[in-house]
Design a protein around this ligand. Structure first.
Ligand code: NAD
Length: 555
C-alpha cells in the first residue's frame, strides 16, 4: 500500500450515528493520511501507531460506525475491547495505551509484549488520533527559536545558522520553523526519501547534494540576508563532527532524530539504512549497541559546539539520556527546551492547542483564522502566529491549525467556533484537541518536567488526574498513554478531544473540558511553586487550594 491510498473524508455525509463518532473516525483516517508509514499503522516517532494492527483498526471503525451517543468504546493499546452502555454525557472513546507496570516498564519488555501482539505504543497524538502532521510541533519549535533570538541575538536571526537533524513526522517541522524565525537552517537526515517528502509538503526548501553544497547554500543565504532551509542527506553522527573538524560553529544546534529508540529509530553512522533495517530483525542488540556508539559521537559534537559558543538544546528526543548511557558524562549540560525556553508559558496554561476542520473544507480553517485575528487583535503573539501560519504552513491531511493558547482563551475559541458551526458559518463541525506535551497533561522527567522547582519531576499523578478530569468534563475522547520503545518507563501523558458539532451539549462539553484542562495545568505549576501560575490563578480566579497561603490572592 502507498501513502496515497490513505485518504480523508469530506463533506457532511455521516457514516456514523452522530458527529461525535464521525468526527473521531475522520481523525483516525487523518492521522493515517499524514502518517509516516500508514501501511504499518505507524504515524510518527518510529513506532507511534494509530491502532495495534489492521484487524483492530477495522474493528474500531466498525464500532464507531455503529455505536450510539450513549455508548463508550474501550480501546486498550490500539485494540478495541468492547462497547459498553454509558450515557450521552460520557466519552465516546476511552483509551489506555502502553501503560506497563513500573518495574517492567523497560524497552526490552515493551518489544517482547509488542512482538506478542499484546501492546502497541500510541506515541503522544498518534494512538488517540490527534496528530495533524508536522504542524503539530511547528509553533513550539518556532517559539523556542524566537526565544533564543531574543535572549542571545538581539531578537534577530538573520544570517544565523541553525544546525539540526531528523526530518521525520515531527522533526520535519524544523526547517519551516527555522525559516519562519528568519534563520538559515541546515537539517541532516539519513533517509533521502524523508527529505523528498518535506520538500513535497512545502516544509523544506532545498536539497543539498553534499556537505560542501550545503555550506555553499548557507553562505549564499547569508550574503543575501535570506532565511533558508536546507536538507542534507547524511548521518548526524558523521556530519556534526565533520563540521567541527572544519571549524564551522553554527549559532544554534539541536537534534530531532528518533534517538529515543535504539532499535526502530536512530540509524548508526556505521550502517546504511538498509543494513539498519535488516539488523532490526536479525540482531536488535548489536543494533542498539551501534546506535549508542553513534549517539555518543553525535552528543559529544553537540557539547563541543556548545563549548565553542553555540546555543545548544535538547528538543525532546531523549538523546542526552542515551548519550549518558553511552558514557558521555556531561550530556545533561545541554539544557532541555522546556525548562530553558517554554516553562513560563506552560505555567500560565499556554500550550499547543489545536483544531481540525472535520468538513475537510479549507474555507472553515480560514474563517476560524479570521475570527482569531479579530478577537485577539490586541495580543501580538497570537496575531503574529496566525498571520505566519495562514501564509506559510501548508495543509497536510484535514485542514488544521496549531495555536499556543492558554486558560480562558481556549474556552473562548471553542465556544465561538461551536456557535459558527451552529449558525452555518462553517460548513461542518470542528474537533478541538492538544498535544500531550501540555501544562497538566504530561510527566516526563527528561523532557516536560525536568528540574521542576519542587523536585516533583517523576510524579505521574498529574496526567492521570488530567484524564479523569477530562472524562468528568464530558470530553469525547480521553486517553492515558505511557512510553513505548525507548520511552518505556520514561513518561505518562493524557490526551483529550472534544467535537464542536454546533449543539448546546457541545457548548457544555467544550466549556467544561477546555476550562478544566488548563485549570489543572496552571494548578500543577502553582503546586510546583511557579510564580507565573499564581499570577494566572489570581487573574483568572482558578479555584486552586493553596495550602501554603490560604487565599490565592495572598500568594
Ligand atoms: P520519526 O521517526 O518520524 O523521524 C526521525 C527521523 O530521524 C527519521 O527521518 C530518520 O531517518 C532520522 N534519523 C535517524 N537516525 C538518524 C541519524 N543518525 N542521522 C540523521 N537522521 C537520522 O520521528 P519524529 O516523529 O520526527 O520524532 C523525532 C523525535 O522527536 C522523537 O524522539 C520524538 O519522540 C521527539 N519529539 C519531540 C517533540 C517535542 O515536542 N519536542 C515532539 C514530538 C516528538
Amino acid at each position: 500500500m502507498t501513502k496515497q491510498q490513505f485518504g480523508v473524508t469530506s463533506g457532511s455525509n455521516l457514516r456514523c450515528r452522530g458527529w461525535r463518532q464521525e468526527g473521531l473516525l475522520r481523525l483516525l483516517e487523518n492521522v493515517l493520511s499524514v502518517g509516516e508509514d500508514p501501511a504499518n499503522l505507524v504515524v510518527y516517532a518510529a513506532l507511534g501507531k494509530a491502532a495495534r494492527d489492521w484487524p483492530s483498526h477495522d474493528a474500531i471503525v466498525r464500532a464507531l460506525t455503529t455505536m450510539g451517543d450513549d455508548e463508550t468504546l474501550i480501546v486498550q493499546s490500539g485494540k478495541p475491547i468492547g462497547v459498553v452502555k454509558t450515557h450521552e454525557r460520557a466519552p465516546i472513546v476511552v483509551m489506555a495505551n502502553c501503560n506497563i507496570v513500573g518495574q517492567w516498564a523497560r524497552a526490552e519488555e515493551f518489544y517482547r509484549l509488542e512482538k506478542q501482539g499484546l501492546i502497541c505504543w500510541g506515541g503522544l497524538t498518534a494512538g488517540d488520533w490527534q496528530y495533524i502532521g508536522s504542524q503539530g510541533v511547528i509553533q513550539g519549535t518556532y517559539e523556542i527559536f524566537r526565544r533564543i533570538a531574543e535572549r542571545h541575538f538581539a531578537g534577530d536571526l538573520t544570517g544565523r545558522l541553525i544546525l539540526t537533524s531528523g526530518l521525520g513526522g515531527m522533526g520535519g517541522a524544523q526547517p519551516l520553523a527555522g525559516h519562519l524565525a528568519g534563520a538559515i537552517i541546515l537539517c541532516v537526515e539519513v533517509d533521502d526519501a524523508r527529505i523528498g517528502r518535506r520538500i513535497e509538503s512545502g516544509y523544506l526548501q532545498h536539497r543539498a547534494t553534499s556537505l560542501d553544497d550545503a555550506l555553499r547554500l548557507v553562505e549564499e543565504a547569508r550574503a543575501a540576508g535570506d532565511a533558508r532551509s536546507i536538507g542534507l542527506c547524511g548521518n548526524a553522527a558523521d556530519i556534526f563532527p565533520e563540521l567541527l573538524a572544519r571549524g564551522i560553529i553554527p549559532d544554534i544546534v539541536t537534534d530531532q532524530t528518533s534517538a529515543h529508540d535504539l532499535v526502530y529509530g536512530y540509524v548508526p553512522a556505521s550502517l546504511t539504512l538498509d543494513q539498519t533495517k535488516a539488523l532490526r530483525q536479525s540482531d536488535p542488540e548489536s543494533l542498539s549497541r551501534l546506535a549508542l556508539q553513534s549517539i555518543a559521537r553525535h552528543v559529544q559534537a553537540m557539547l563541543d559546539f556548545r563549548a565553542a559558543g553555540a546555543v545548544v538544546f535538547d528538543n525532546g528526543n531523549l538523546i542526552r539520556t542515551q548519550a549518558k548511557k553511552a558514557g558521555i558524562a556531561h550530556a545533561f549540560d545541554i539544557p532541555i527546551f522546556t525548562e530553558a525556553y517554554l516553562r513560563p508559558l506552560f505555567a500560565r496554561g499556554i500550550g499547543p492547542f489545536r483544531w481540525i476542520a472535520l468538513s475537510n473544507d479549507e474555507a472553515d480553517l480560514r474563517k476560524i483564522d479570521e475570527y482569531l485575528l479579530e478577537t485577539f487583535a490586541d495580543n501580538p503573539s497570537i496575531v503574529n502566529w496566525i498571520t505566519l501560519a495562514r501564509r506559510f504552513i501548508p495543509i497536510e491531511g484535514m485542514p488544521a491549525r496549531i495555536a499556543w493558547l492558554g486558560h480562558g482563551d481556549r474556552t473562548k475559541v471553542g465556544l465561538a467556533v461551536n456557535r459558527m458551526v451552529r449558525e452555518g458559518i462553517l460548513s461542518g463541525p470542528v474537533a478541538f484537541t492538544r498535544d500531550h506535551l501540555d501544562a497538566g497533561a504530561m510527566a516526563h522527567p527528561n523532557i516536560m518536567t525536568e528540574n521542576l522547582k519542587d523536585g516533583s519531576d517523576a510524579i505521574a499523578d498529574w496526567p492521570l488526574l488530567n484524564a479523569m478530569l477530562a472524562c468528568s468534563s464530558q470530553a469525547d475522547l480521553v486517553a492515558i498513554h505511557s512510553g513505548g520503545g525507548g520511552y518505556a518507563g520514561y513518561m505518562t501523558s493524557a490526551g483529550v478531544t472534544t467535537i464542536a458539532d454546533g449543539s448546546s451539549e457541545a457548548d457544555e462539553r467544550l466549556r467544561l473540558t477546555l476550562t478544566n484542562d488548563t485549570s489543572l495545568g496552571v494548578m500543577r505549576y502553582a503546586d510546583a511553586g511557579y510564580q507565573e501560575a499564581f499570577e494566572e490563578i489570581n487573574r483568572q480566579h482558578i479555584p486552586y487550594i493553596n495550602l501554603a497561603t490560604p487565599s490565592p490572592e495572598k500568594a
